[in-house]
Design a protein around this ligand. Sequence first.
Ligand SMILES: [Zn+2]
Length: 347
Amino acid sequence: MVLDWHSSLWLRLAGRFDKLPHALLLAGPQGVGKSRFARALAARLLCERPGPDGFACGQCAGCRWFQGGNHPDLRLLEPGGDEAAETADEAAEGAAAKKKSDQIVIEQVRGLEKFVNLGAHRHGYKVVLIRPAEAMNLAAANSLLKMLEEPASGVLFILISNNPMRLLPTIRSRCQVLSFAKPERAAAEQWLQAAGVARPGPLLARTGGVPLAAKAMAQQGLDDQWDAFLTDLAEAAATGSLAPAGRWEIRLKQDKGGAELDKATLVGWLQKWVYDLISIKLTGLARYHPEQAERLAPIAERASAANLVDCYNELLRVRAVARHPLNPRLFLEDLLARYLKGVAPGR
Ligand SMILES: [Zn+2]
């Protein structure tokens, strides 16, 4: 199934499953459901008994292959996927040390040549999913371009991109673009509510209107952590940053395995909070924390716009280095010190 707010997009495609173009580009912001849509489309094209609703049946041999992640007529290209080619020995030796690639490399695209030129194993489409397409480096992109210029029949390339302007224009021009926008707030809140998210409104605001990100945040319990962080900002302003910095040092260390809560996440939360202080000061409205307006207003009133803007700009720089291996305690104390300077009464 696709998300409710994509059903009209789906219906537009559903009328012409037998005459799709050779390549589709699913473009739009992260977290609006592009991958889910792409999977539903791939499943439908590989299904051998599609239902009257236009979706994959979920029962046939093709669907079972698909669900098992090993349909012979489907290829998925993602960053780091080339590591599958390593021998078991190499993997055992170097797995820990080897940095996972953040690119889709040319070997992965070349690996498709046989796949696209041979006939389908089953009896329908062959589908290649590339996500995110902007992860292809130049060599990989050029190699893909050759395939798109001389398309083999019965193959559909589905490119997924959060940043389509970062793709080669020649690749973009060979794809039919499907644009994915953020859903209307009411539709997104309704979907979150149905998914069991307790506070859909505030979470949606904090993620900038991206429902899948809001749902993931609730599932990981990060919304509660975020609230605790906001409370600790208030404590730091009232009685100093020592105790809050200590608490967050422990939380960062505890979450090593999960990797959801890291230094960059904390900087991101603080950025949004400072953004709202500036926004309240200038326009009276909060973008990310509308439910916290009463807490934001007095801080914004005392602080100077210039200090807040300086603080916001500093946080942009801090975020750029937040993934470096820095001492977490010093990092947190520095972060809170910058915030306290930012909200200090005006100069
Ligand atoms: Zn099926």
